[in-house]
Design a protein around this ligand. Structure first.
Ligand code: URA
Length: 243
């Protein structure tokens, strides 16, 4: 029959074994207080919302945002970069994130792109130095800490910064917002594609907002300054129309 090796001494009733009650193996104990990456991220955003919501002035908001440890970028940055210009300005510019020079000085848009930004807005009579709210600019960024190597801000970094940006804009209460480049558009209106968005008025944080190409892009693509000029004229006309 081909059987040359017995496996046991007696016959085995496999039907009887299958019918026996099986031991109940308890599931492994749930780890105590172990947060998933998503829970951790939600907790940080909730903390950012709590801190931002309890700030009643721009100074209090700056202090709360600077103290917030939820964002890892803080560890690698040299300076906190909150805002520059006149907080009473009718126009608020929302940029992306500090670069090297901004990180050094703790002020947004002070490098080469910032110098071009100043010249662009000077051309329509607006400046961050103006004490007159009608002619002033107030400038801030989506991120207040420099991303290493000037890489793009990551979605989790934007999500953690957004409660502060929202409150920042509520407290500054500008009439109009300029969204400088893709990151600002992503954070404020949930859209990218600045070459299609630019020049088309949108609503961000409950206010009229104009997407524009970032001055760093204009430095690399000087012919695009023609469209940027058209956008500046649109901004100027809107200011005059609603003053
Ligand atoms: N680019 C930005 O978007 N913001 C800055 O502050 C500097 C460069």
């Amino acid at each position: 029959m081909g059987v040359d090796e017995p496996m046991g001494d007696g016959p085995v009733d496999r039907f009887e074994i299958a019918a026996r009650p099986q031991p109940v193996v308890p599931p492994p104990a749930a780890p105590v207080l172990q947060l998933s990456a998503d829970d951790d991220q939600s907790a940080r955003v909730a903390e950012a919302e709590r801190l931002a919501g309890s700030a009643m002035t721009l100074d209090a908001l700056a202090a709360a945002q600077e103290a917030f440890d939820g964002i890892e970028l803080k560890k690698g940055a040299r300076n906190f970069c909150f805002a520059d210009g006149n907080p009473k300005a009718r126009v608020l510019i929302l940029g992306e994130a500090p670069g090297d020079e901004e990180d050094r000085q703790g002020r947004p848009f002070v490098g080469r792109a910032g110098q071009l930004l100043d010249r662009m807005f000077d051309a329509i009579g607006l400046s961050r130095q103006s004490v007159d709210a009608e002619k002033a600019l107030y400038i801030t960024n989506v991120l207040t800490w420099r991303p290493p190597g000037n890489r793009d801000p990551q979605p989790d970094e934007i999500a953690m910064s957004l409660p502060f940006v929202r409150r920042h804009i509520e407290l500054a209460a500008p009439d109009l917002i300029v969204l400088m480049g893709n990151i600002a558009c992503d954070a404020a209106i949930g859209r990218r594609g600045i070459l299609r968005l630019r020049g088309n008025w949108a609503t961000a944080f409950g206010r009229p907002a104009l997407p524009m190409t970032h001055p760093a892009y204009l430095l690399r693509n000087p012919p695009a300054k023609r469209e940027a000029w058209a956008d500046l004229l649109s901004l100027s006309a809107r200011l005059e129309g609603s003053s």
